[in-house]
Ligand binder design. Structure first.
Ligand code: NAP
Length: 295
């Protein structure tokens, strides 16, 4: 069996077209332009490229976007002051602080300082709590993107055995929670694996859907999966550089071998990555609608 490729690039493109129309309509009918600010502290090249992709996408969709880059030695107090300023800025509906932050800044303190109404990354405990309760909230972007990929590719999650590898706050824990919720795109039986899991292959071999969010290149091998499995590979691992200096990326799944057994698989790059940015735009639009009192 050779797997169907679940293209995040194509799915994201389709969703961005929908968003672009909705954003234009919002401006035309209500004179509302969604606003997003991205805040980057330091000069980490991967973070710089993520932030610039977010601003570029926002701009292309008609979202007002501001990009703030702060020196690596910016104090926590200074950053909190900036967040406070944007919390009170009516032009800005979404505030994104690019992670990771330099070690001298308390990440939790910064994320908690963002107004939950502007927390378009969905990391504030108010939004995390609402997500767990199944209430209306900003869903964290990567898990939200995974849900969209699964539903738009027609993958039936109801009753499926889902194995999530990784238990981070930004991917593993939220996607596990979303997949077990009692609603369309959920209703799965979820197992979560991590570094203390005794026999990972015993779990992955019985999975109908595997979601790998680990950060270890090609960790999920063909002998660990059953025929017909659906694979969502979240991992983005830089495994080298091309002659012209571009990063060579690999996922957490041994793509070439596993695609011969899987029924569907996401590639890296071009899988989950483009969906994460797209869901950030969707959340920013939702924030603008809410701020304007429109559902
Ligand atoms: P993270 O915070 O480092 O968490 C990694 C998780 O994987 C941890 O729970 C860890 O277990 C587990 N793990 C690590 N090595 C393992 C092993 N050998 N066996 C079993 N479990 C292992 O990472 P993250 O932020 O969730 O990101 C995971 C990957 O996804 C990274 O490659 C990241 O770049 C990528 N990512 C991509 C996107 C996107 O948009 N495409 C978004 C976010 C992240 P313990 O908890 O026991 O330590």
């Amino acid at each position: 069996m050779t797997a169907k490729i679940i293209s995040g690039t194509e799915t994201a493109k389709a969703i961005r077209e929908e968003l672009k129309k909705e954003i234009a309509e919002l401006k035309e009918k209500h004179n509302v332009v969604p606003g997003l600010v991205t805040i980057l502290v330091g000069e980490d090249p991967a973070s710089q490229s993520y932030v610039s992709a977010k601003n570029k996408t926002a701009h292309a969709l008609g979202i007002h976007s501001e990009q703030v880059t702060l020196a690596a030695d910016t104090s926590e107090q200074e950053l909190l002051g900036l967040i406070d300023k944007y919390n009170r800025d009516n032009k800005i509906n979404g505030i994104l602080v690019q992670l990771p932050l330099p070690k001298h800044i308390d990440e939790a303190k910064v994320l908690y300082a963002i107004d939950p109404e502007k927390d378009v990354d969905g990391f504030h405990p108010v939004n995390v709590g609402k997500m767990v309760l199944g209430e209306q909230c900003y869903l964290p972007c990567t898990p939200h993107g995974i849900l969209e990929l699964l539903t738009r590719s027609g993958v039936n999650t109801s009753g499926a055995e889902v194995v999530v590898i990784g238990r981070s706050n930004i991917v593993g824990k939220p996607i596990s929670n979303l997949m077990l919720q009692k609603r369309a795109g959920g209703n799965a039986t979820v197992t979560i694996c991590h570094t203390r899991t005794k026999d990972m292959a015993a779990h992955t071999k019985r999975a109908d859907i595997i979601i790998a969010a680990v950060g270890v290149p090609k960790m999920v091998t063909a002998d660990m999966v059953k025929d017909g499995v659906v694979i969502i590979d979240v991992g983005v691992n830089r495994i080298g550089k091309t002659a012209d200096g571009k990063a060579i990326l690999a996922g957490d799944v041994d793509y070439d071998a596993v695609k011969e057994k899987a029924s569907a698989i996401t590639p890296v790059p071009g899988g989950v990555g483009p969906m994460t940015i797209t869901m950030l735009m969707k959340n920013t639009l939702q924030a603008a609608r809410q701020a304007a009192g429109l559902k």
